[in-house]
Design a protein around this ligand. Structure first.
Ligand SMILES: [Zn+2]
Length: 228
């Protein structure tokens, strides 16, 4: 416990944070590391708001990490600079005070809530387009938007399943390797893979398709789900 007099900071008695300095950093140039380095134990810190936020170093990036043991928060940042003679990567991990940490975590969670809401609103608009459009380009863009949300942010796209299945009969199947049809198969089979309930939901929606001119993709997806 933290004494009220403030003599001891929360992280001082923590098995994880006690070996992380107030400011850890490392500087990479052309694959060679300089600087004191970031302690390996920092891998135990949890990224707040994942998967919306991450600590990928493929470009400039930042996130807030929090210790699962004592709750101390850190601001992690990386500045990436592409240079012809070897790119540079500057990585910092800065410990926040309890007050700074509370605010930073609240800001991140607020930002995630806003992004989730945006996905719901824009997702609903795309579902409407899926239900009304017969233009492959519009269907493809809608599927792409929903797929990206599912893949990158682990969004639940259950609300879009009936419209996605319906798009099989709505798109113009004008080629053997129809891109829009392939997109629908990829996306719905991945969704179905997630659980038995998901598979059943897609399967049931497929059974509801009627009409004598069902495109071959419907049968392909049914077979794909049956195998699972
Ligand atoms: Zn800690």
């Amino acid at each position: 416990m933290v004494p009220e007099n403030g003599a001891k900071k929360p992280w001082e008695g923590c098995s994880i944070c006690s070996s992380i300095p107030d400011h850890a950093y490392e500087f990479w140039k052309a694959g060679v590391c300089d600087g004191p380095g970031i302690p390996a134990v920092s891998a135990k810190l949890a990224i707040i708001g994942a998967p919306y936020f991450d600590d990928s170093t493929s470009g400039s990036n930042s996130c807030i990490k929090r210790c699962p043991e004592c709750g101390t928060a850190y601001r992690w940042t990386t500045e990436y600079e592409y240079l012809v003679n070897g790119s540079e990567d500057d990585i910092n991990l800065v410990r926040l005070s309890p007050e700074e940490g509370e605010k930073a975590v609240a800001d991140v969670l607020h930002s995630v809530a806003v992004q989730k809401k945006l996905f719901q609103v824009e997702g609903a608009r795309r579902v409407h387009l899926l239900k009304t459009s017969t233009t492959n380009r519009i269907i493809s863009e809608a599927v792409g938007y929903l797929d990206h949300g599912q893949l990158c942010h682990d969004e639940d796209i259950t609300f879009a399943v009936p419209a996605l299945v319906g798009a099989f009969t709505r798109h113009v199947h004008d080629a053997k390797d129809c891109y829009t049809g392939k997109q629908l198969i990829w996306m719905l089979s991945r969704y179905a893979e997630k659980s038995k309930e998901h598979a059943k939901r897609v399967f049931d929606a497929l059974q509801g398709l009627t009409g004598k001119d069902l495109p071959p993709e419907v049968e392909e997806l049914v077979e794909c789900i049956k195998k699972k």
